[in-house]
Design a protein around this ligand. Structure first.
Ligand SMILES: [Zn+2]
Length: 182
């Protein structure tokens, strides 16, 4: 059980493009294990490597399209590429472990197909609708330095940024310390 420190909004690694994994070795398997542990401990639905300070294209997620919460396994994908995204979108509430306390309704494609690899380097394809599609979109965005608040419309994004300032930057999870008397 190895829980890692979460990186919070304001941390520059959340804004960087993560790089492709090249070595499918023991350290990658350990990373996936730590990410899964951290996601469970933090009650998240998904977690991307940059959120624990690792700039590699890996994420884990723990949502299912069936509502069978007890029987939910944690899945992961390495070097994911979204090869299909439905034109049809659905709106649902979304949050992020790196932006604690903030939740907004957001449109995402109803169906997404992602291709990538498992931690052993074997090719995998994930087809997800609704909550799984949402997780695939949200976590793949993280690997490109995009946060879900960036996807909100202009007005709600401004509102979200105000809330973030209150919740995070002025709160206890301070990652960017700015003196008011600079
Ligand atoms: Zn997130």
């Amino acid at each position: 059980m190895a829980r890692r420190q979460l990186r919070i909004f304001g941390d520059p690694i959340l804004r960087q493009r993560a790089i492709e994994v090249e070595d499918f070795d023991g350290s990658l398997r350990k990373l996936v294990e730590d990410m899964s542990d951290t996601m469970i401990e933090e009650n998240g639905a998904g977690l991307a490597a940059p959120q624990i300070g690792v700039g590699l294209r890996v994420f884990v997620y723990g949502v299912d399209d069936e509502e069978d919460e007890d029987n939910m396994s944690i899945r992961h994908i390495v070097n994911p590429v979204l090869i299909e995204q439905s034109v049809e979108e659905i709106e649902d509430v979304e949050g992020c472990l790196s932006i604690p306390g903030l939740r907004y309704d957001l449109l995402r494609p109803r169906r997404i197909v992602a291709q990538g690899f498992n931690m052993h380097g074997e090719p995998i394809t994930i087809e997800g609708t609704e909550r799984v599609a949402r997780a695939l979109a949200h976590e793949t965005d993280h690997l490109d330095g995009i946060l879900f608040v960036d996807r909100l419309d202009e007005e709600r994004r401004k509102e979200a940024l105000r809330e973030i300032r209150l919740l995070i930057l002025d709160g206890e999870n301070v990652m960017v310390k700015e003196s008011p008397h600079s």
